[in-house]
Design a protein around this ligand. Structure first.
Ligand code: COA
Length: 331
């Protein structure tokens, strides 16, 4: 009997309508389109506007698109994982609300947080449930409303991040398609370089923390950049080596969209030319947990059954890694 693997069998996505261009950012902070474009590759990002709309709003929209495309009854879903760094609330899982809103009444649901690696780690978690035979339909959603924790007076962070969501359905496969291998790592040294100081158990919210703007994300961009370049490229190279993949064998690199220069360094290390590198950073910026599924959704029509996909991500924590997956369907 062939081994059961975990394949992605459908994807969906959502980005909010409001487009925040580099030109708009020029009116908020001391920056310019040329600097942002050359240093990051970003031209615009999407921002969720409107009172009372959190990350769940984005996640629900992405999940609904997937259900509609696949004509899937939400009652068939057994587990929903929402990978996010910006849950609706710290207590009360966003995923539980999402499950109820989309009608997944037979599912249990929880959140998974590993900053920009949340979706990558979530792929490992979702796949494990499928490979073990425990569940047959696991919906993994990567969603973040980064604009809720961005300081729009801080030019080093506000230019990078945007809002969005993407969803992927994991199901068993008996043709050897789906997740093949993973290399996942973390290092707590990173929490000094990329973090939101207040609002957690270490530094609960107070008048002081609000005054000190500690409920916004802080990053030491240069240090994060150095760690990200090295580790994203290393882990992608390691996954290739371990699976005897040459640059010709790899059909697509699906890299976290934090900075075009980090993506270029990773693809160069893998020996891939640009035509094999998925990229939408110019339109969405860094959507944290949503970058990887947004890419899958944007490029879905170009993917072919059997394609070799290498995912790579790096995020706060630090957290990082790479996953090798064989695509399972033609759309
Ligand atoms: C944030 C980042 C784009 C900054 O780019 P950089 O090339 O490292 O820029 P530096 O921080 O060295 O700053 C260079 C200069 O540009 C200035 N600068 C910073 N942000 C600027 C902006 N938005 N507009 C114009 N100038 C800016 C700095 O003040 C600095 O000026 P100085 O030389 O006079 O001191 C880059 O470090 C980065 O992408 N880091 C990783 C981000 C990341 O991956 N985050 C998420 C992890 S998942």
């Amino acid at each position: 009997m062939s081994k059961t693997t975990a394949a992605i069998t459908a994807v969906g996505s959502y980005v909010p309508d409001f487009v925040m261009t580099n030109k708009i950012l020029e009116t908020l902070v001391d920056t310019n389109d040329e600097w942002i474009t050359t240093r990051t590759g970003i031209k615009e990002r999407r921002i969720l506007k409107g009172e009372g709309l959190g990350t769940s709003y984005l996640a629900i929209k992405a999940a609904e698109q997937l259900l509609e495309k696949r004509k899937l009854d939400p009652k068939e879903i057994e587990l929903i994982i929402v990978a996010t760094a910006t849950p609706d609330m710290l207590v009360a899982a966003t995923a539980a609300y999402v499950a109820s809103e989309i009608g997944a009444t037979n599912a249990f649901a929880y959140d998974l947080q590993a900053a920009c690696s949340s979706f990558l780690y979530g792929m490992s978690t979702a796949a494990s449930y499928i490979e073990s035979g425990r569940y047959k339909k696991v919906l993994l959603i990567g969603a973040d409303k980064m604009s809720s924790i961005i300081d729009y007076t801080d030019r080093t962070t506000c230019i990078i991040f945007g809002d969005g969501a993407g969803a992927a359905l994991f199901e068993p496969n008996n043709e050897g398609l789906g997740l093949q291998d993973e290399y996942l790592r973390s290092d707590g040294v990173g929490r000094n370089f990329l973090k939101m100081d207040a609002g957690g158990s270490l530094l609960p919210a107070s008048e002081e923390t609000v005054k000190n703007r500690q409920h916004f994300i802080y990053q030491d961009g240069k240090s994060v950049f150095k760690f990200a370049v090295t580790n994203m490229a290393d882990s992608a190279a390691k996954i290739m080596e371990r699976n005897n993949l040459t640059h010709e064998d790899v059909d697509w690199l699906i890299p976290h969209q934090a900075n075009k220069r980090i993506i270029d360094a990773t693809s160069n290390r893998m020996g891939l030319d640009d035509s094999k590198v998925m990229m939408n950073i110019q339109r969405y910026g860094n959507t944290t947990s949503a970058t990887l599924p947004l890419l899958l959704s944007d490029y879905e029509s170009q993917l072919k059954k059997g394609d070799n996909l290498v995912f790579a991500a790096f995020g706060g924590g630090f957290t990082w890694g790479s996953i090798y997956l064989k695509w399972a369907y033609n759309s």
